[in-house]
Design a protein around this ligand. Structure first.
Ligand code: ADP
Ligand code: MG
Length: 223
């Protein structure tokens, strides 16, 4: 952990405490935005996305409670694995298996110290998991449209020498912009694709929840 004289100390690695703060922060922000995500999904889907995400992350946080009797995760990888298995088993719809696979691949990608490159690998793993599961590409109005720019921005920031927190901030901001950019898109994957042209003009709920998730990750790192 180098200390640069004349500037703030910059943490070069993220700890299990960061991962725990991320997931608790994600639970809080998804609870706060439950109705927004429900309304977005009502417009182009079946209206359950806010409920799905709220239920899933509440279940994860319940498992992290010492009173639950579960062993405290010892690493970032353990936290991500717990999130994956819990989302798989508690979140219905498309988002459960999609996010479950994302967190599983993200977990596999961060075996060891979580430096800036590992943050990029974590996000790359998440994106790969979603694509493996849902077979969507960019421009189809799904969460892939938030994860893809997040991955690109993270890669660029890490290449430029950014610390993990700044890599996460770059990813989160790109995901937020990516979610906004789904508004004019025509949905060609998932439930929203049943609407055809009527899916145009609405923000994708899954891309929106992805932006909240990555923003929580950056905030937990202090960015
Ligand atoms: P469901 O569509 O089964 O009701 P949710 O409402 O929880 O599930 O999640 C909907 C979100 O899932 C969409 O907004 C979209 O971002 C995402 N999604 C759906 N299908 C796919 C897919 N094939 N690939 C990637 N993301 C998808
Ligand atoms: Mg839905």
């Amino acid at each position: 952990r180098p200390f640069v004289v004349g500037s703030e100390p910059v943490s070069e690695t993220l700890s299990v405490a960061w991962a725990l703060a991320w997931i608790r922060g994600a639970q809080a922000v998804l609870a706060d935005h439950r109705m927004e995500l429900i309304d977005l999904d009502r417009a182009i889907g079946d209206g359950d996305h806010g409920e799905n995400m709220d239920r899933g992350f509440k279940a994860v946080v319940a498992k992290l409670d010492p009173a639950s009797g579960n062993p405290e995760p010892a690493s970032v990888q353990d936290v991500l694995k717990l999130v994956a298995s819990t989302l798989m088993s508690t979140v219905g719809g498309a988002a459960g298996p999609l996010y479950g696979t994302a967190f599983l691949r993200a977990a596999k990608a961060v075996d060891g110290e979580v430096d800036a490159d590992a943050v990029v690998a974590l996000i790359a793993g998440g994106l790969e998991g979603i694509v493996a599961r849902g077979k969507a590409t960019t421009g189809e109005k799904t969460m892939v449209d938030a994860w893809t720019p997040a991955h690109e921005a993270a890669k660029e920031a890490a290449l430029a020498g950014a610390a993990p927190a700044a890599v996460l901030r770059a990813a989160a901001d790109a995901a937020t912009a990516g979610a906004e950019a789904t508004i004019p898109m025509l949905a060609t994957k998932g439930r929203a694709s049943y609407l055809g042209e009527r899916s145009i003009g609405h923000k994708d709920p899954g891309a929106t929840s992805t932006a909240y998730l990555l923003d929580a990750a950056a905030k937990a790192a202090g960015a």
